[in-house]
Design a protein around this ligand. Sequence first.
Ligand SMILES: *Cc1c(COP(=O)(O)O)cnc(C)c1O
Length: 379
Amino acid sequence: MKFATKAIHAGVEPEPHTGAVMTPIFQTSTYAQEAPGKHKGYEYSRTHNPTRTALQKNLAALENGKFAFVFGSGLAATDTLLRLFRPGDEVLVTDDLYGGTYRLFVRVIQHFGLKFKFIPMQDAQSIESHITPQTKLIWIETPTNPLMNIIDIEAIAKIAKKHNITLAVDNTFASPYLQNPLDLGADVVMHSATKYLGGHSDVVMGVLITNREDLAQEFGFLQNAVGAVPAPMDCFLMLRGIKTLHLRMQRHCENGAKIAHWLRSHPRVEKVFWCGFPDHPNHEVAKRQMRDFGGMVSFILKGDDLEEAKRVMSSFKVFTLAESLGGVESLCTHPATMTHASIPKEQREKAGLKDTLIRLSVGVEDAEDLIDDLKQAIG
Ligand SMILES: *Cc1c(COP(=O)(O)O)cnc(C)c1O
């Protein structure tokens, strides 16, 4: 099946008792058993829930994976993955990443004895010198949040395989519509499904997807043993959101391209970060591993003045100043005080993230209205 058909049909069967086309919300914590241990595959909703099962099958199909496991948030998914590792294990992490992931690694998981090394990965070959016998996981995001750096998934996957290291890719920014890391050799794909997958800014959820049986066994065990599972209602909302993922992504990409080009031609704009520009440092890699360039665009104004950047962000009428991304509505974010505030300023600046950077999640509204809004806000 092709992507659009999978988005609508994968994992979703008419409900056998009534024929209901949409998967019902199985709002139950437990299931009747005929005799102790004799049941229809469902015992308790932390372990399994039919609404969640349908969603997991759907998500696995979207990433060309065999197994998917959903969690109460993107960070809960990442936290569960990190529980595969043991004190002394080392993790190589891209130095430009979502602030909450940085905070989870450094301020939570590190206390349990894992070591995290944050390094630039735009030059894939350069990471090999950081690998030690203790390196067990490579964690990448691409495009990165918020600088839209592109990391060559296939090249990193080759290095990971050579050293027997697990490669996990946070695919939140691209969504499975634009990029499928498992096809490029990654072992695990993680999504903050809160963003493009859900797409309507009404659910917080995360997912881990893999083709590896050994990892799937561990994830299934941990999903139940740790218990950071999403509610049936949220699984239903996610299934509903995903049905239009391909349509939304088409418009996100169209609008993103229009706005990136418009911003770049504006005399008051210093720099625009968007991987669709032919002079983006890894544009060729983006073209190879992505189907289009997405709706995330960051920019810096000339003069690099924080007060002026704040004035612009407070002047929008259609864009909403808010955390998050990937919803139908356009959002504007100030990474330094919002999504990336948990990364120390010094570390942020080392990775090239300035306090004056403005990040846009371009929605699916009319592009002309969005450009008019930028025009009046930037002045
Ligand atoms: C939002 C986000 C996360 C965290 O996901 P939550 O659902 O908010 O827990 C992880 N990675 C990226 C790239 C994100 O944008």
